[in-house]
Design a protein around this ligand. Structure first.
Ligand SMILES: [Zn+2]
Length: 64
């Protein structure tokens, strides 16, 4: 059995955190997958609620 090494075809193997990434459309910063987005990951477009409220609508910010 010449199975060789059981390596995955994923470049950049840093530890065991190969989570998908997205680009926040609000701050244009890449953010990694989060457990809280496990259900709506495909719909997530912001890295955080702050960006979402800021990018969702040009409305007022809840933060003072
Ligand atoms: Zn953001």
């Amino acid at each position: 059995m010449a199975r060789g090494k059981d390596t995955e075809p994923s470049p950049g193997r840093r530890g065991k955190s190969h989570l998908p990434e997205k680009l926040c459309i609000a701050c244009n910063r890449p953010f990694a997958w989060r457990k809280k987005w496990a259900r709506d990951w495909e719909q997530v477009r912001y890295c955080s609620d702050r960006c979402r409220s800021a990018g969702d609508r040009n409305g007022p910010k809840p933060q003072r």
